[in-house]
Design a protein around this ligand. Structure first.
Ligand code: GTP
Ligand code: MG
Length: 308
């Protein structure tokens, strides 16, 4: 990556995380730098600050007990050392061995799933934009047939990003749309086919049936394609995002998470909780509404942007 690009990426990430940094890290700094010494009171206050910033009890416990160990074994004495160690603990928590990259294989089919308004349609457009910049050909399947407006919205994005859209009418069977899109993608030798879906969790049985049907079509019609199932979560929903991840994880074989709207919330710490509590890597983060405002998730940059 060129130097200029990298700088743009990091500056945007930092800007997108401003609210989380002010809220969570700001509080941590207040506690650490205003206390005369490192003691049990300080740890208790840190614990409270983390819980209040939506990190959740279990993950907070994990962070604090690791910090407690570090203070003891490494004889930490300076406030700055405590901050550095919290950063290191967080960075270790969000770093995964398997990495955070979207599959690089082609052909690739991506299913976007998640509740209403999470950012599925917008995120698929942003992902398409990113893939096109990498020189890949992309196609959309308008699998959200629940509302006519959803199909129109995807077409607008298709125009904007320069991606063809395969669609049926409102109310059509989403699996039939995917079936047609697969044929079209094969005929046109498309690298990546991205399928929108309707955001519903109200009826778990329905969702399960629908996903099963889509997956059957994909397995039968596109066995040569690699598959990603991306769960889109709105960071601003905080702890609710964790329960959504668990619910969707129960009905679909998720391969990645897209965490949107980090720019509008102080609850960005949810990245840490997701990584700690959930076995699916965050692959993309949304830091704004524009086409360029989706980033591949890089744990080290994330920790740097948050703590430095
Ligand atoms: N600020 C900000 N807004 C975002 C981001 N991602 C999505 N949005 C906005 O969130 C709203 C909902 O996004 P959609 O992509 O329509 O959500 P969806 O999941 O497709 O919603 P349904 O089709 O209703 O299920 C839109 O106004 C987006 O512009 C983000 O990273 N930052
Ligand atoms: Mg949508």
């Amino acid at each position: 990556m060129a130097f200029g690009e990298k700088k743009g990426f990091f500056a945007k990430l930092k800007e997108g995380l401003t609210k989380t940094k002010d809220g969570m890290v700001g509080k941590i700094e207040d506690i650490i730098f205003q206390r005369p010494k490192i003691d049990e009171d300080m740890l208790e206050e840190l614990e409270e600050a983390l819980i209040l910033s939506d990190i959740g009890m279990d993950t907070t416990d994990n962070i604090i007990s690791q910090l407690r160990k570090d203070i003891k074994t490494e004889k930490l004495a300076e406030p700055q050392q405590v901050k550095d160690h919290i950063k290191k603990i967080v960075s270790d928590l969000i770093t995964r061995e398997e990495g955070n990259q979207l599959s690089d294989k082609t052909p690739l089919i991506i299913l976007m799933i998640g509740v209403n308004g999470a950012g599925k349609t917008t995120s698929m457009a942003k992902i398409a934009h990113m893939l096109k910049e990498q020189g890949k050909s992309v196609m959309f399947a308008a699998g959200d047939t629940f509302r006519a407006a959803a199909i129109e919205q995807l077409e607008i994005w298709g125009d904007r990003v320069g991606v063809p859209v395969i669609k049926h009418k409102e109310g059509a069977d989403p699996s039939a749309v995917i079936y047609d899109a697969i044929s079209a993608a094969k005929a046109r030798n498309i690298d990546v086919l991205i399928c929108d879906t309707a955001g519903r969790l109200q009826n778990k049985k329905n969702l399960m049936n629908e996903l099963e049907k889509m997956n059957k079509i994909i397995a039968r019609e596109y066995p040569e394609a690699d598959q990603e199932t991306l769960l889109v979560l709105d960071a601003a929903t905080g702890k609710n995002a964790i329960s959504q991840a668990k619910e969707f994880g129960g009905v679909a074989k998720l391969t990645g998470i897209v965490l949107t709207k980090l720019d509008g919330t102080a609850k960005g710490g949810i990245v840490i909780t997701l990584a700690d509590q959930f076995d699916v890597p965050v692959k993309f983060i949304g830091v704004g509404e524009g086409m360029d405002d989706l980033q591949t998730f890089d744990p080290q940059s994330f920790a740097d942007a948050l703590f430095d």
